[in-house]
Design a protein around this ligand. Structure first.
Ligand code: NDP
Length: 233
């Protein structure tokens, strides 16, 4: 039987590319995005998908959207929950500049609390599936070990919070056979990564898909780089 994925932030960037590739690979794809009516490329993919791809309104900071998607899914097994949606927060954040509290909290809601709420809402669907995978897109910028340049307080700290959440979830959900991991997609040429990124979204999604197929339960709680190596916390 075809595998099923739920993906957040599916309308552009790496999320759109994941959606394209999983749909092409024959998966049943539930694609969430904040403004489906404006998601032109995503809607075109859905129209050409023979019903394999459906688009759902999903702002991960809005619990009612998460609950509505859970209701659409019902008992449907979800092989892979892919928490892709993310926000960099305000630009130009540095010590003493642009460390705006409201923007910080909003970014935390998107990058950390949203993925947690997605996991809580869909854990039974994942547990009922064949592959039982949860992956969240974090960033090397969340790594304390890798931080050699300082700054980026809001992005770094909210993705570090995501890492802490994923580590706990990996431990808590392992007895249910679920493998939860954190992924760094590389420096990718998207709206967030900018034009000078090292790889394109097609390459990033392709490599991460390959990595996900290789995962075993022993990998739960690991922080993977796009090349498959482990990133120190
Ligand atoms: P983009 O900025 O290109 O796309 C971000 C996506 O997340 C968009 O679909 C956006 O939707 C969505 N999103 C933002 N906020 C929310 C929200 N509250 N609810 C639902 N969706 C939301 O980013 P990338 O594709 O480059 O990044 C994808 C993931 O990879 C992110 O988690 C990012 O942090 C991570 N990452 C990216 C790197 C890079 O170099 N590009 C490097 C390291 C990590 P909308 O269009 O509505 O804004």
């Amino acid at each position: 039987m075809a595998h099923t994925i739920v993906i957040t932030g599916a309308n552009r960037g790496i999320g759109l590319e994941f959606t394209r590739q999983y749909t092409r690979a024959g998966w049943r794809v539930y694609a969430g995005c904040r403004q489906p009516e404006r998601a032109l490329e995503l809607n075109q993919l859905a129209e050409a998908s023979d019903g394999r791809l459906s688009v759902h309104p999903l702002d991960v900071t809005r619990i009612e959207h998460i609950q509505a998607l859970a209701a659409v899914l019902g008992d449907t097994p979800v092989d892979l929950l892919l928490n892709n949606a993310g926000s960099y927060g305000p630009d130009g954040v540095r010590f003493g500049h642009n460390t705006d509290e409201a923007a910080w909290i909003e970014t935390l809601r998107c990058n950390a609390i949203g993925p947690m709420k997605m996991m809580e809402a869909l854990v039974e669907n994942v547990a009922a599936s064949e592959l039982k995978l949860i992956a969240s897109l974090s960033s090397k910028m969340a790594s304390m070990d890798d931080n050699g340049s300082g700054g980026a307080y809001i992005y770094r700290s909210t993705k570090a919070a995501l890492n802490a959440i994923m580590k706990s979830a990996a431990i808590d959900l392992a007895p249910r056979g679920i493998t939860a991991v954190v992924l760094h997609p590389g420096w990718v040429r998207t709206d967030m990564g900018g034009p000078h990124g090292e790889i394109d979204a097609e390459t990033s999604a392709r490599k991460l898909r390959a990595l996900l197929t290789r995962l075993t339960p022993a990998d739960a709680g690991r922080f993977f780089d796009v090349d498959g190596s482990i990133i120190p916390w």
